[in-house]
Design a protein around this ligand. Structure first.
Ligand code: NAP
Length: 325
C-alpha cells in the first residue's frame, strides 16, 4: 500500500463528465491541493503529441483516466467505429504519456460492458475474454479491453503502476440525460419527469421490464477509485458495483414513486430486452476494503434533485430511446 500525497499533482481526465466530476469532488473533499484538469477545448486527449507535451509540462504524479466516449445502446450500436477509434486513441496517448512522464500510479476505467455477452452471473473479473462480446457495443468493448491490456503491458514492460477498475452501470450528477444517447436510468428519470410536466398519466418502458441490472452511484465509484489508487497495485482488474441488481420494472417503480406517483407503467414488449442479467461479483473489492454505501432510492433522489436544477430540465421534449444498458 502507498499513501497518496495530498500535495502532489493528480490529473483527472474527463473532469466534466459523470465520473471525472465526481472524482474531482471527492479529491477536493479529501484535501488534494493540486488537482489538474484539462478540458477537451484545451487538450484533445486523442492527440498523442499534445498529450505527451502536456504531461511533460505538468508532471502529474498520479492520474485517473476518466475520459471516454460513452453512450447507451443506441449510440454504441450506430457509431461502432467512432467508439472504437476515440476510446483507443484516448488510452493510447494517455498511457504512453504517463509512462514517459514517470507517473507513479495511474487508474484506468474499464467497464462491465466489456465482459463476454453470456457470462455466468455474478460476473467475476476472470471471465474477461472468455467468450464472445455483445454485438451492440463491440467497438466500445474492443477499445476498452485494449486499454486494460495496455495497462498490463506497461506494467510488464516498463514496471508502470497502472491499475484498472471495472465499474458497473453508473448514475449521478453530471450524467447524460440525452433522449437518444443516454443510459437507461437517466433516460427514465427524464421520461418520468417530462410525463409529469406534460400531464401524461402513462410512461412507456422498452421491453418486458424483467432484465436485471445493477446501478452504482458515481460518488461510491469515486471513493472506490481513490481506494484502489491507494491500496491496490496488481495487473488484474477490480469490479466496482453495489453487489445487488434490480429488474427494470423495480427501477421504474422507484422512479414512479419519486417523480410521478400517479402514472401507469406500460411495458412495450415489442422492443428488445437485452441480456437477462448483468451483475458484478464484487468480492475482490470487498476484500480490499471498499463497499458501496449509497442505496438506490437515495441515490436516485439525489440525482433527480440535481437533474431538476440542471440544463436537462429545460431542453425540448423529444422521443425517448431507452435501453437496459
Ligand atoms: N457511465 C457509466 O455508466 C460507466 C460505466 C462503466 C464505466 N464507465 C467508464 O468511465 C469513464 C467515464 O465515463 P463517464 O460516464 O464519466 O462519461 P462522460 O460523462 O461522457 O464523460 C466523459 C468525459 O470524457 C471527456 N472526453 C471525451 N473525449 C475526449 C477527448 N477526445 N479529449 C478530452 N476529453 C474527452 C468528455 O469531455 P467533453 O465534456 O468535452 O465531451 C467528458 O468530460 C469511461 O471510460 C467509461 O468507459 C462509465
Amino acid at each position: 500500500m502507498m499513501r497518496l500525497d495530498l500535495d502532489s499533482p493528480i490529473f483527472v481526465t474527463g473532469h466534466r463528465g459523470l465520473v471525472g466530476s465526481s472524482i474531482v469532488r471527492h479529491l477536493e473533499t479529501l484535501g488534494f491541493s493540486r488537482i489538474l484538469t484539462a478540458g477537451r477545448d484545451v487538450l484533445d486527449l486523442r492527440d498523442a503529441w499534445s498529450v505527451s507535451k502536456w504531461f511533460a509540462d505538468n508532471r502529474p504524479r498520479y492520474v485517473i483516466h476518466a475520459a471516454g466516449k460513452v453512450g447507451g445502446i443506441w449510440a454504441n450500436q450506430s457509431q461502432q467505429a467512432d467508439f472504437l477509434h476515440d476510446n483507443t486513441l484516448l488510452h493510447t496517448s494517455v498511457l504512453r504519456a504517463a509512462m514517459e512522464a514517470e507517473v507513479e500510479k495511474l487508474l484506468y476505467l474499464g467497464s462491465s460492458c466489456i465482459y463476454p455477452r453470456d457470462c455466468p452471473q455474478p460476473i467475476k473479473e476472470e471471465y474477461l475474454l472468455q467468450g464472445p462480446l455483445e454485438r451492440t457495443n463491440y467497438g466500445y468493448a474492443i477499445a476498452k479491453i485494449s486499454g486494460l491490456l495496455a495497462c498490463q503491458a506497461y506494467r510488464d514492460q516498463y514496471g508502470c503502476h497502472f491499475i484498472t477498475a471495472m465499474p458497473t452501470n453508473l448514475y449521478g450528477p453530471n450524467d447524460n440525460f440525452h433522449t437518444e444517447y443516454s443510459h437507461v436510468l437517466p433516460a427514465l428519470i427524464r421520461r418520468f419527469h417530462e410525463a409529469r410536466q406534460a400531464g401524461e398519466n402513462r410512461v412507456v418502458i422498452w421491453g418486458s421490464g424483467t432484465p436485471r441490472r445493477e446501478f452504482l452511484h458515481v460518488d461510491d465509484l469515486a471513493r472506490g477509485c481513490l481506494h484502489l489508487l491507494e491500496h491496490y497495485d496488481e495487473p488484474e482488474p477490480v469490479n466496482l458495483g453495489c453487489g445487488q441488481d434490480v429488474t427494470i420494472r423495480q427501477l421504474a417503480e422507484i422512479l414512479r414513486e419519486q417523480i410521478h406517483p400517479e402514472c401507469e407503467l406500460e411495458f412495450d414488449r415489442s422492443k428488445p430486452d437485452g441480456t437477462p442479467q448483468k451483475l458484478l461479483d464484487v468480492t475482490r473489492a470487498h476484500k480490499l476494503g471498499w463497499k458501496a454505501e449509497i442505496e438506490l432510492p437515495e441515490g436516485i433522489a439525489r440525482t433527480y434533485q440535481w437533474f431538476c436544477q440542471s440544463k436537462w430540465n429545460h431542453v425540448d421534449v423529444e422521443s425517448v430511446v431507452m435501453d437496459a444498458d
